[in-house]
Ligand binder design. Structure first.
Ligand code: G16
Length: 499
């Protein structure tokens, strides 16, 4: 490691003295103007991780659902998953080291992780459409190259596309070609094969209105739509031609406001969906004949997918195990339905794709979704083996196995408020004292209710979740819990008001 070069280039991406940032739910996130040094240092870290794992590592420059002025970075490990937890600690140390301590911290990490510094490194970089992203991704590249690493800059990319590129490169293209064309071909082929087998075939099933959150999803869906030919017709809204990223639109807006995004007219029973700023969340919705809005969020998507997969397994006659992983935000009725009606085991983890993904890997088929629309299904090698053996099965079973094979291809498999601390997969507050007891008392007042609070790992806010047997009760409960947080955790700003 040429430590002289590191010091020299680091000074060009100098850390504002005293600035401390935490590695949050999905990497570092804050106002874009505070991130230049973080990006350079994450380039250094990605090069070290690549040397250690002898694999390609991914760096995505995005702040996803956050406002356009923010930015952030997500690091992608060799098999397309989020960075290993032990390396998150290294990321925090490196991002917060003062200039004069940089060399020591880099050497510490290399020693602790037994990194062979002579090893080659390869890092792939992608970015979203934020105005700050291009310059920040150049800072990542500066960090990679100063440690002698090579890189490929994919430029504008969705986060799932970057995960795909990393995975392809580390599996010798067995999974697919590490190009955008390879990505579009693989997914569209699986999709087209699947709809050939689907029982409903009218045009209304083939059209979809897509709210692209004024972000990268619009650019990439435009490139991809040609691959669907007649199979799927998409109409794009909030495509970035006007309007701000994630402002009054996108998956987070639709989920939290329970209403369609601005700029999208919906007729009854039209199929609609929303992405977030880096297109790694999706929620679906429609208006029924009476004009009522219905949201198909991550909970419902997980339920539909796991029910469908379970039916296929029954048809194939296989006893593979399916598990569903959710977070504390999952609506209680979705959990009850999965456990009691579908007889599928459900597990709860902390918020963050990395936690859900990890748990889902324990099953032959692990379906995981956060209520906000992040998720996928993971298939173990046992499933792929069974499909291979299906050639010898009778016609009906073979068909179901073929369907499962296409589904596998379609899923791109690949995550001051801190006075509040939590336990039990973030469902109970440990501090400040008295908060959990107050929440427990409030919950008792409403039927079929549940509530919890946790500090966000991507925004400077405390999130309050409440559910009950009616919208009105849920709103009341949410307000009462917010007030308890305000009083017991030293809230700032406007005091929560009923209604
Ligand atoms: C990120 C994470 C998600 C998490 C979300 C909100 O999403 O990847 O797992 O649910 O932040 O996290 P928090 O409640 O801690 O702010 P995204 O879409 O912003 O990358």
């Amino acid at each position: 490691m040429d430590l002289g070069a590191v010091t020299k280039y680091s000074a060009l991406h100098a850390k504002p003295s005293g600035l401390i940032l935490q590695y949050g739910t999905a990497g570092f996130r804050t106002k874009a103007e505070h991130l230049d040094h973080v990006m350079f240092r994450m380039g250094l870290l990605a090069a070290l991780r690549s040397k250690q794992t002898k694999s390609t590592i991914g760096v995505m420059v995005t702040a996803s659902h956050n406002p356009e002025e923010d930015n952030g970075v997500k690091l992608v490990d060799p098999l397309g998953e989020m960075l290993a937890p032990s390396w998150e600690e290294h990321a925090t140390c490196l991002a917060n080291a003062e200039e004069q301590d940089m060399q020591r911290v880099l050497i510490d990490i290399s020693e602790k992780e037994a990194v062979n510094l002579q090893q080659d490194a390869f890092v792939v970089v992608g970015r979203d459409t934020r105005p700050s992203s291009e310059k920040l991704s150049q800072s990542v590249i500066d960090g990679v190259t100063v440690l002698g690493g090579e890189f490929h800059d994919y430029g504008l990319l969705t986060t799932p596309q970057l995960h795909y590129m990393v995975y392809c490169r580390n599996t010798g293209s067995r999974y697919g070609k590490a190009t955008l064309e390879g990505y579009y071909q693989k997914l569209s082929k699986a999709f087209m094969e699947l709809i050939k087998q689907a029982s409903c075939s009218g045009d209304e099933y083939r059209s979809l209105k897509v709210d692209c959150a004024n972000g990268i999803g619009a650019l990439k869906l435009r490139e991809m739509e040609h691959y669907f030919s007649q199979g799927l017709s998409v109409q794009l809204f909030n495509d970035g031609s006007k309007g701000k990223l994630n402002h009054l639109c996108g998956a987070d807006f639709v989920k939290s406001h329970q209403k369609p995004p601005q700029g999208m007219e919906i007729k009854s029973n039209e199929r609609c969906c929303s992405f977030d700023g880096d297109a790694d969340r999706i929620v679906y919705y429609y208006h029924d004949a009476d004009g009522h809005f219905h949201l198909i969020d991550g909970d419902k998507i997980a339920t539909l997918i796991s029910s469908f997969l379970k039916e296929l397994l029954v048809e194939i006659g296989e006893s593979l195990n399916i598990g569903v992983v959710q977070t504390a935000y999952a609506n209680g009725s979705s959990t009850r339905y999965l456990e009691e009606v579908m007889k599928v085991p459900v597990y709860c983890t902390k918020t963050g794709v990395k936690h859900l993904h990890h748990k889902a890997q324990e099953f032959d088929i692990g379906v995981y979704f956060e209520a906000n629309g992040h998720g996928t299904a993971l298939f173990s090698t046992a499933v792929e083996m069974k499909i291979k053996q299906s050639e010898q099965l009778e016609e009906k079973k073979r068909k179901a196995a073929k369907m499962l094979e296409n589904i596998i291809d379609l899923f791109n498999q690949v995550a001051d408020r801190r006075v509040i601390s939590t336990t039990n997969a973030e469902r109970q507050a440990v501090t400040p004292p008295g908060l959990q007891e107050t929440i427990n008392d409030l919950v008792k007042k409403y039927k079929l209710s549940r509530a919890f609070v946790r500090p966000s790992g991507t925004e400077d806010v405390v999130r309050v979740y409440a559910e009950a047997d009616s919208q009105e009760s849920a709103d009341h409960l949410a307000c009462e819990v917010s007030l308890a947080v305000f009083q017991l955790a030293g809230g700032i700003g406007e005091r929560p008001q009923p209604g």
